[in-house]
Ligand binder design. Sequence first.
Ligand SMILES: [Zn+2]
Ligand SMILES: [Zn+2]
Length: 218
Amino acid sequence: MQELAPDVWQLHGTPQHAINVFLIGDVLIDAATRWSTRRILRQICGRSISRLVLTHCHPDHQGAAAALCGGLSLPLECHALDVPAMEGLEPMQPDSWLLWCSRQLYAGPPYRVSRQLKHGDEIAGFQVLHAPGHTPGEIILFRESDRVAIAGDVVNSMSLITLRPGLHEPPACFTADVAQNRRSIQMLADLEPSLLCVGHGPPWRDPQRLKEFASRLR
Ligand SMILES: [Zn+2]
Ligand SMILES: [Zn+2]
């Protein structure tokens, strides 16, 4: 894995940056797809991990959650509004045919959430910011001291078709409320993150271009 900032690592993947998993301190952030269990276990081997936090409950972020949490006895945490989807009590959002297909291909089984996160909680020196829209319980993790943000799928930093770096909204067909997500993109841009880590795409170190991107969506 690669250290992007003090105590912030990005795990390797194939292709690199396509589906990202991060480690902040001893907290694992996201769990990619259900096919990713071995690549994650291989990279965190020898490290003591305290818990798994999901930026949101989608098949490409919760896929290995049950296997990792069950296998390593890790508590699972996500925002309260994504808990019903993670525990299999309600469908993931948006409740669409495309997301259903994605679930068949990539999702892991439901798993019990140990702690429901809310806006203002603290995780390994990062603050939890509720950033709904892509899913109802999407969160941004923000460390003010060096302005590092981990933002799940609020934005993508590459094209999901060509894999070329660049800022994009997450696909509307996988987003519960596009207008609400645009407000979350604006909130993210207002943080002026010096380092932005997202679920899909390389680390983004250009807060000015993020601001311009957000203002074009208004
Ligand atoms: Zn997503
Ligand atoms: Zn995603």
